[in-house]
Ligand binder design. Structure first.
Ligand SMILES: Nc1ncnc2c1ncn2[C@@H]1O[C@H](COP(=O)(O)OP(=O)(O)OP(=O)(O)O)[C@@H](O)[C@H]1O
Ligand SMILES: [Mg+2]
Length: 436
């Protein structure tokens, strides 16, 4: 019997030993306490977590040496897992922290209450050290954060680089535009030079031809006059032919004189003269034409003389041309409004977009004469051509197309300006600017 019992005890011991070894080898800490929380047994896993040998803690109250905290705050005695287990019977896995020396362990604790006998209750707690896991999670989070941060940095850098590239592109575009503008200006200047060159040679050629033709023309005219006198009233048919010849000669003569005017543009002799008087003289010269076309002339002119530097005859030539242009454009019954005034040139930029910078100096006083008509205006596509020699929209034989090119040249030689533009209200405004 005793031997049986001894054998039984020995067997039990061996089973318990194996159980202890098995429980001891798992990482999870297992602790068994009585109803008061005194440690009855624990495995090596629990020792590892508390850092104390289980022999030391047997019989000691668990709450005392397992001070837990949650979210950085100490867990009060009534909320200690052990109490919860003893009051509620079971506790699902919860996260806690345990301060051990200098380090803080992250623990996951679960447990349940059980009856040893009818009157005796006990608790078993499973404590898992998840510090490493939490740390590696934290590391992962940190890594992810720093990866996100460096990605952010990279994006910001990319954005900066993009911005810089954009700036460079804008700069390039600007420069490109600048170059284009310069190129255009250069082309314009070259075109102007070519045009001037052409004008000069055309002028020389025309002048040569005009001289050659001038004398034969006067011979023809004198011949026609002579024949007209000879025939008298006798032969109406012959008289008509002679009149036709004279008419043709007159027209040819006008063209020739225009060409000669155009090509002998040298030498203007400038002196101070009254612009009002020259204007009146010019109007007077064309008064028959003005009367024929019933043109009303409105003068917005002061009584006192308006002195300007000019070659009187040449300016008269210009004015006659402009007045006739306006009258012919208006047809019958138009109104011609002439205005004359002085203007002081301000600093650069002042004065209705004229190229004062080129021609007139700041502080200079100019005499301005404006001739407005109530005609149809000049079609946009003609505006750039009206100063070209021989550009005319008049019927063949009615205009040489030299009027405005001569007028412009004359004004250029005065160091002044001739501008022709469409008025907003309709009609054309010719503006003459003289130095005073
Ligand atoms: N006031 C104006 N209104 C409308 N068109 C005008 C006016 N002035 C000039 N033009 C246009 O400009 C063209 C050129 O004028 P320009 O004085 O050089 O020659 P023209 O008048 O045709 O010939 P010419 O001067 O020999 O009589 C005219 O044919 C006309 O088409
Ligand atoms: Mg004309």
């Amino acid at each position: 019997m005793v031997a049986d019992l001894a054998a039984l005890i020995a067997e039990l011991r061996s089973i318990l030993g194996k159980l202890e070894v098995a429980l001891g080898s798992i990482d999870t800490g297992v602790v068994w306490t009585d109803s008061k929380g005194r440690v009855q047994w624990c495995n090596r896993g629990f020792d590892r977590i508390t850092g104390r040998a289980h022999i030391e803690i047997l019989g000691i109250g668990l709450e005392g040496f397992l001070p837990l905290s949650r979210d950085g705050r100490l867990v009060p005695p009534e909320a200690h897992p052990l109490r919860l287990i003893m009051t509620t019977g079971v506790m699902e896995r919860e996260a806690y922290q345990l301060k051990r020396g200098d380090e803080v362990l992250s623990l996951e604790i679960e447990g349940s209450r059980f009856h040893l006998s009818e009157r005796e209750e006990a608790a078993i707690l499973l404590v898992q050290d998840v510090t490493e896991r939490a740390r590696s999670l934290e590391r992962e989070r940190e890594l992810a954060q720093s990866a996100a941060l460096s990605e952010q940095k990279r994006l910001a850098e990319l954005e900066r680089a993009q911005l810089a590239a954009l700036n460079v592109m804008e700069d390039l575009e600007l420069r490109h535009k600048e170059i284009e503008t310069r190129e255009k200006k250069l082309q314009e200047t070259m075109a102007m030079l070519v045009q001037a060159e052409k004008l000069q040679s055309v002028g020389r050629l025309a002048a040569g031809v005009a001289h050659e033709v001038k004398n034969p023309l006067s011979v023809i005219r004198m011949g026609a006059d002579f024949l007209a006198k000879r025939i008298g009233e006798g032969d109406p048919d012959a008289r008509q032919v002679i009149e036709d010849i004279s008419d043709a000669v007159r027209k040819a003569d006008t063209v020739i004189r225009g060409i000669l005017d155009f090509s002998s543009l040298s030498a203007v002799s400038l002196k101070q003269d009254d612009l009002h008087a020259v204007l009146e003289a010019s109007i007077s010269l064309v008064r028959h034409e003005l009367e024929r076309l019933r043109v009303k002339v409105v003068r917005n002119i002061a009584k006192e003389p308006l002195l300007a530097l000019m070659d009187r005859n040449r300016v008269q030539h210009v004015l006659v041309n402009l007045i006739l242009n306006a009258s012919h454009a208006m047809g019958v019954g138009g109104t011609l409004t002439v205005r004359a005034y002085t203007q002081k040139i301000g600093n650069a930029g002042a004065g209705k977009g004229r190229r004062e910078g080129d021609r007139f100096k700041a502080g200079e006083t100019l005499a301005v004469l404006e001739i407005d008509d109530t005609g149809p205006g000049i079609p946009e596509e003609h505006l750039s051509k009206i100063f070209d020699p021989f550009f005319t929209t008049k019927k063949t034989g009615q205009g040489t197309g030299l009027g405005l090119s001569i007028a412009k040249n004359i004004m250029d030689m005065h160091g002044g300006e001739l501008n022709i533009s469409n008025r907003r209200g309709g009609g054309v405004r010719a503006t003459l600017i003289f130095k005073t």
